[in-house]
Design a protein around this ligand. Structure first.
Ligand SMILES: Cc1cc2nc3c(=O)[nH]c(=O)nc-3n(C[C@H](O)[C@H](O)[C@H](O)COP(=O)(O)OP(=O)(O)OC[C@H]3O[C@@H](n4cnc5c(N)ncnc54)[C@H](O)[C@@H]3O)c2cc1C
Ligand SMILES: NC(=O)c1ccc[n+]([C@@H]2O[C@H](COP(=O)([O-])OP(=O)(O)OC[C@H]3O[C@@H](n4cnc5c(N)ncnc54)[C@H](OP(=O)(O)O)[C@@H]3O)[C@@H](O)[C@H]2O)c1
Length: 565
């Protein structure tokens, strides 16, 4: 949709930036409640879907979430082609989101009709008008729109983090250097006969997928994982234990019983939490459970059986994972074992050679950097980000801000340890990773600064968890309720203490700042539902509540339930 001059000149009731899963479901939820509202979605690309947009699906891309866990409850996904352990091709999610964006119209317009494609937001400014704020959202060509309410859903995996490589003077590096964000766009080139030898850099899920794609394409791959970082991602085995007819191990982790075994800061301190995380017996039982998971995942990978895989063995047990992936194809391990895997550091690039600090030289035709993402906002300035509680470069944080937050986090850490004494015995922090600090958003969405917690702005998707779409749907309802003044108000102090508690806990549970709550999606969404006064126990009680796996369909009817309150 291209906006007309007249449309541009009037402020929108709501602007959503980003047409990925979070942006789409947020606009949907808003329109379900306010169908006559003027809503526009601004998207820099030409597709909806974000990570799952057509242009980002590379050969062999599979989901990590199984059927039932990567869809919205408001729009059931048609069954995919049967694949490995109920996982599905990325293209299926892509088609689903495309269909979702067109399945319903409000005031004659679908979500897709409301997306302005190719609107690359590069700046947001604001003025105070009639006792409320008017945001102006600018794109890189000088176009702009204004609004009273702004939802930012730009995702955490959109701005590539590409290291600056040292180049040998006078010997420029010839091969293309491609970030994993652009894997799909470059897959034809990478799989062509012009490319035979490829160096892949990075140790997490994007690197696994890239190596698999290249090996399956018959390429000679050298895979470099830097030795002083957090090491290779822990890869979960999706094969479930042979009980209750489970189809994927994600179903086990999504039962409330199992999720209670993870020390989650989002859980109320009730008798369950006290038993599992404060009593000697509970701690020993939950430690045993996590040990079993580590043994199961590591045995499935076969690190100790095949010495080619040894460099991929995680440095820490699953309980303390920092980055996780799911081994989402049956032949993953035998495929990646065909790469030459090196734990080392790139020193310099020269002509066609990647030279490591120990002197090894690797000649290649392409270098694919699967080196992660810059989580700093590309649309707010550093000063704006600091005010809004968005991640900033650690070196750029003001001393007073840092002191203020570190003092709150220090206090919160005592609370974390009293709730979860086991987190006291913490492995060493992995080095080399923290480029930016954590977001400081209340409930991972709202600035704590009183200037901005007026319901005019929220940030969606500021977390890395399993099965993100259900969380996106629940965040969306929470955000709409919050923006319309329907949630209990909190003081700045209350919000800051809550934010500090989550950061202190994350530092111990997932070894660092960042956005990770890998095993805690369930508890986080329950917390949001409790804020909304919606029953978070959705299995009708009894044993089903504890042992039956949660799926998207368990959250069907949330909007109606909330409307009826
Ligand atoms: C390769 C890959 C596979 C994944 N697999 C899974 C999985 O199996 N299961 C799971 O639960 N999660 C998975 N994830 C996590 C994934 O991030 C979420 O599934 C989900 O896509 C997050 O949705 P989002 O809307 O927050 O972000 P995104 O999907 O990234 O969407 C953000 C949108 O904002 C747009 N945007 C960004 N900046 C601007 C700007 N300045 N102006 C305008 N538009 C902008 C982007 O173009 C994009 O369309 C995966 C992530 C990656 C990278
Ligand atoms: N198919 C799928 O479902 C799929 C595919 C891809 C990604 N994902 C998801 O997307 C998210 C992001 O994953 P990701 O792999 O793209 O990013 P990531 O988890 O941030 O991993 C980035 C990797 O690059 C390394 N790195 C960073 N800077 C480096 C440098 N200068 N030199 C060498 N290595 C460097 C990191 O090491 P350190 O950790 O030491 O910093 C890490 O190993 C995850 O949630 C993942 O599960 C899913």
């Amino acid at each position: 949709m291209k906006l007309t001059m007249q449309e541009r000149s009037l402020p929108y009731d709501l602007v959503v930036v980003g047409a990925g899963p979070h942006g789409l479901i947020a606009a949907h939820t808003w329109l379900e409640l306010f169908p006559e509202s003027r809503v526009v979605i601004l998207e820099s690309e030409q597709d909806v879907g974000g990570t799952w947009g057509k242009g980002r699906i590379y050969p062999g891309m599979m989901t990590q979430s199984p059927v039932g866990k990567i869809e919205f409850s408001v729009y059931p996904m048609p069954p995919p082609e049967p694949t490995y352990l109920n996982l599905m091709a990325g293209s299926h999610v892509s088609a689903y989101l495309e269909a979702f964006s067109q399945h319903k119209a409000w005031a004659g317009k679908t979500l897709r009709d409301r997306v302005e494609f190719g609107f690359n937001v590069d700046r947001v400014t604001w003025t105070e008008l009639d006792a409320s704020r008017l945001y102006t959202i600018h794109d890189s060509t000088g176009e702009s729109v204004t609004c009273r309410k702004l939802m930012v859903a730009t995702g955490l995996t959109n701005v590539p983090h590409l290291p600056t490589f040292r180049m040998e003077k006078g010997h420029e590096f010839i091969p293309p250097v491609i970030h994993s964000k652009h894997l799909a766009k470059n897959s034809e080139l990478l799989l062509s006969s012009a490319i035979q030898k490829v160096v892949v850099l990075g140790g997490a899920k994007s690197a696994f997928d890239t190596v698999q794609m290249l090996i399956n394409g018959g390429k000679n791959v050298t895979w470099i994982i830097w030795e002083d970082g957090s090491g290779p991602a822990c890869m979960g085995d999706p094969k479930p234990p042979p009980i209750f007819g489970l189809k994927n191990s994600s179903e086990v982790v999504s039962t409330r019983f199992i999720s209670k075994l993870s020390p989650s800061i989002f859980e109320p301190v009730d008798n369950w939490a006290r038993f599992w995380h404060q009593s000697k017996l509970g701690i020993a039982l939950s430690a045993f459970f996590w040990k079993m998971i580590t043994i199961k995942w590591w045995t499935a990978a076969g690190y100790d059986k095949d010495e080619r895989l040894l460099p991929l063995k995680p440095s820490r047990p699953v309980y303390y994972v920092h980055t996780i992936g799911i081994a989402n194809s049956a032949d993953l391990w035998e495929t990646v074992a065909k790469a030459k895997i090196i734990r080392g550091r790139i020193d310099v690039l020269s002509r066609k050679d990647v030279i490591l600090s120990d002197g090894q030289e690797i000649t290649c035709d392409a270098l694919v950097a699967c080196t992660g993402w810059d989580t700093r906002s590309s649309i707010f300035s550093r000063e704006q980000s600091a005010k809004l509680g968005l991640p900033t470069d650690l070196s750029e944080e003001s001393i007073s801000d840092r002191q203020h937050w570190e003092s709150l986090i220090g206090e919160a850490d005592k609370e974390v340890l009293s709730r979860f004494p086991r987190l006291e015995a913490q492995p060493v922090f992995p080095g080399g990773r923290e480029r930016t600090g954590s977001a400081k958003l209340y409930r991972s969405m709202v600035p704590t600064n009183p200037e901005f917690n007026d319901g005019s702005i929220v940030f969606l998707g500021h977390f890395i968890s399993r099965d993100a779409m259900t969380l996106a749907e629940i965040q969306a309802l929470w955000a709409v309720a919050y923006m319309n003044g329907k949630l209990q108000e909190k003081t700045q102090k209350e919000m800051e203490e809550e934010v500090a508690l989550v950061i202190a806990w994350r530092r111990r549970r997932y070894l660092g700042d960042g956005h990770t709550y890998l095993f805690d999606g369930h508890e986080y969404s329950s917390q949001l539902l409790r804020d909304l006064d919606i029953n978070d126990l959705r299995k009708g009680g009894g044993w089903r509540e504890l042992f039956s796996p949660y799926d998207a369909h368990d959250y069907r009817g949330l909007i109606e339930e909330w409307k009826a309150l």
